[in-house]
Ligand binder design. Sequence first.
Ligand code: FES
Ligand SMILES: [Fe+2]
Length: 391
Amino acid sequence: MNNNDTVTRRRPTDGQLALARKVAAGEARSNAGVGHVPASVYIDPDHWAREKRTLFDRMPQVLCPSALLPDPNMSVAHDATGRPLLITRDGDGKAHVFMNVCRHRGTRLVEGCAVAKGKRMVCPYHAWSYATDGRLLALPRPDTFPGFDKDAHGLVELPSHESGGLIWFSPVEGADFSDAAEVGRDFDAIGFAGKHLYERRTHLVASNWKLIMDAFLESYHVLRLHAATIAPFFKDGITAGDQIGPHQRSLVGRAAEMEGIDLSDWDELRKVGTFAYQLFPATVIVVSPDYVNVMTIMPQGVNRTMAEDFMLIPQPPQSEKAESHWRRSWELLDGGVFASEDFRAAALGQEGLETGAVTQLTLGTLEGGIRRFHEICTEEMAKGDAALANG
Ligand code: FES
Ligand SMILES: [Fe+2]
């Protein structure tokens, strides 16, 4: 038992440790001064069309935590990317992302968006059935399809990747998931993959997707907007940040609290610092001391965005007391902090910007993460334009 303790001690990755050392040394994220973002990027339909073309129709994106499908032979439909997707975990435990469309006459295969368990997915129309690895298993009256090649009629599969407790997909072939794999190593260090999904909820927000991202890229608002909810638990601290490819990673902590702490011990480190990740284009992960929030942000239009919030906890609640503890945390965060505060602020931002009264947003030095995020958007859109121009 004692031996195990020492063997299973979790260690942060080199990148996480480097950020911890910066915070401990009192080194903040470097910021050049006051910055600006043009208002048009949030309200111009042409800008949104370009984002969709170059980012959302091209880049790998997180769909959900692995914990949504914890066991083999599970499946769930996913519609919010604008494509009817079907996420599965096959009998061997491998995750897949398919188009949720029957190969017979194109009917939607799985209705609703509930997680299902079962080896077969059966089309409601003529009952063609598929395995969770996408194979067409059987069709009624096969004699009426002479010469039919069943093996060539599996579900249409999209590229996908699972690591660090997240399932990603790519809307196009030839996807490069190497950055996803690298952030996966950070999440493995956190022990994310073994966590239990306590609850999930989808919100429809009347704002541009980037106004939601912005709210998770600065802590300037926390003591103000969240005065009635989480502000009392929040400690003002130093933010150190860096990037893994287009993804941003940050750590907030206080140098004084990090003194004498073994920063290379994950359990010690997470008590004194909060890691957050903005996985480009639009997923936010906040690693709180005892749970992890994953939020996938999925634009539906220039001023309409879906956000799906997942709360992951160390293990299923073992008692009434534990259940009511997590229920309260969930309601405080998902319903209170996110829905009533962050999403409300995003919608109010959209309302204000659409008046045209303000042509640019002003960013202070605590809002450097937002500036960097918008620079990354510009860089990635340019890459997308170039890739599309080259066919
Ligand atoms: S459309 Fe699915 S079985 Fe006919
Ligand atoms: Fe917030």
